[in-house]
Ligand binder design. Structure first.
Ligand SMILES: *Cc1c(COP(=O)(O)O)cnc(C)c1O
Length: 440
């Protein structure tokens, strides 16, 4: 057989292996989820091969009559679900949605405020010397919010002082950006609306992780609290296709549209727009129950680990108000997040290592940080409840703290997963969630 045909076959072999593995793992990656059979059907439609540059009805391409209708439905569902005056469903990811937001409200090189990575900020908010999207691509100068490690949130008074001092020193700030990738507690958005008006700053809110919770009214409501623009990924707490979205007040519609096209996009992954429309309808129907259970499960997982002696952050605040749980495992037998990540993966439990606010002081960096980040979105989608979170905590405990044989635990995890093979909170749930589908 020719070498390239062998590689071609190998790709399909690996895809099948991956899908089978996903059927047998506990996935606690906070930025992931599993989409429904309906979303999967939408994203394998012919839309995946088409172009539709521009806005529905004003396309630069022909052949868009059905694509336009789907995109308009998607926009309508998004505006209703998030109670937004305007939605642009074209950005192909959360990072691109952030670039659209930056372009809509800032000139290149303008200054913004955002969370540092160590405090949960995302690389797309970061400055140039880190290679961050805001700094390296748009040239934005980035000042970091002052963070209260103990409260695990933005320090309002200290950050307010910093903003005033910056402006007094002639260092104007144009955008206050909230949101992050480790996001257990709502950010103080409304507290900054007045000062934003005073200094003519815009307020942005990156809801990549928490957009599903926000849609269900269970986290915070940034657009009502004073945010001008809210961006999101559509595949974290929202169980959609990998895509992005920008939601805003009506007055930002035109600059956002222009920033998307002709600014950031040519094609905008039309199959994923269709998939997004499907998941928005699912969330409108089932989102409240689904998100409520995600939150209960996060608290239950945190509590179950805490009861086993784990150092889960923010115990005095009930650990978390989102899908995310952060644990400091630096004094566990495994010492750092990287080792824990590897050992758990060998036991069929997939999690992320994560930098903690105090890691740098302790001489640790992102490669071998002191923390791990857990999320409950995907396992909740499969129908798991609080008692299953306790079972998961016990399996993790046996790997990380007791050092039990990972092969033995891996087999137990696969057995445990047998009862959770279909998505819940969707109109159509018959096809198993991780079924390996092929057309040939
Ligand atoms: C995941 C994430 C993003 C990036 O989303 P993509 O869809 O992967 O591009 C942006 N911002 C935050 C806060 C995130 O957590």
């Amino acid at each position: 057989m020719s070498d390239h045909k062998k590689l071609y076959d190998e790709v399909f072999g690996l895809l099948e292996k991956h899908d089978t593995w996903m059927q047998n793992t506990i996935n606690l990656i906070a930025s992931e989820n599993v989409s429904s059979p309906a979303v999967r059907s939408a994203i394998v439609s012919d839309f995946r091969d088409r172009y539709a540059e521009g806005w529905p009805g004003e396309r630069v391409y022909a052949g868009c009559k059905y694509i336009d209708e789907v995109e308009l439905i998607c926009i309508e569902l998004a505006e209703r679900l998030f109670k937004a005056e305007f939605a642009d469903v074209r950005p192909v990811s959360g990072v691109v949605a952030n670039l659209v937001m930056y372009t809509a409200v800032m000139a290149p090189l303008d200054r913004m405020m955002a969370l540092s990575i160590a405090h949960g900020g995302h690389i797309s908010h970061a400055r140039k010397n880190l290679g961050g999207t805001a700094g390296a691509i748009r040239g934005h100068k980035v000042r970091n919010w002052i963070f209260d490690d103990n409260e695990f949130n933005i320090d309002v008074d200290a950050s307010m002082k910093l903003i005033k001092k910056m402006h007094a020193d002639g260092k104007e700030i144009k955008l206050l950006l909230f949101g992050g990738s480790v996001f257990p507690f709502p950010h103080p958005v409304k507290e900054f609306r007045e000062i934003a008006d005073e200094y003519e700053m815009k307020i942005g809110y990156d809801s990549a992780h928490v957009s599903g919770l926000i849609a269900a009214g269970l986290f915070q409501d940034p657009l009502r609290e004073g945010a001008d623009i809210m961006t999101a990924s559509t595949h974290k707490t929202m169980p959609g296709p990998q895509h992005g979205i920008v939601l805003s007040k009506a007055e930002f519609a035109e600059p956002i549209k222009k920033a998307s096209f002709p600014g950031m996009l040519s094609n905008h992954h039309l199959h994923n727009v269709a998939g997004l429309a499907v998941v928005l309808a699912e969330l409108t129907e089932f989102g409240d129950a689904y998100m409520d259970q995600i939150l209960k499960n996060a608290k239950a997982l945190a509590q179950a680990l805490h009861e086993r002696g784990w150092k889960v952050i923010a115990e005095h605040k009930g650990f978390t108000e989102s899908h995310v749980v952060l644990a400091d495992i630096s004094d566990s037998p495994m010492k750092n997040g990287r080792t824990v990540e590897e050992e758990l993966e060998n036991a069929n439990i997939v999690i992320n290592r994560n930098l903690l606010p105090w890691d740098k002081k302790m001489g640790r960096d992102y490669k071998t940080p002191g923390g791990i980040r857990l999320g409950t979105s995907e396992m909740t989608r499969l129908g798991m409840k609080e008692s299953e979170m306790d079972a998961i905590a016990e399996l993790m405990h046996r790997v990380v703290m007791k050092g039990e044989d990972v092969n033995k635990i891996a087999a137990e995890v696969a057995e445990f997963r047998k009862d959770y093979q279909k998505v819940h909170y969707a109109f159509d749930t018959d096809t198993p969630a991780y079924a390996h589908l092929r057309f040939m």
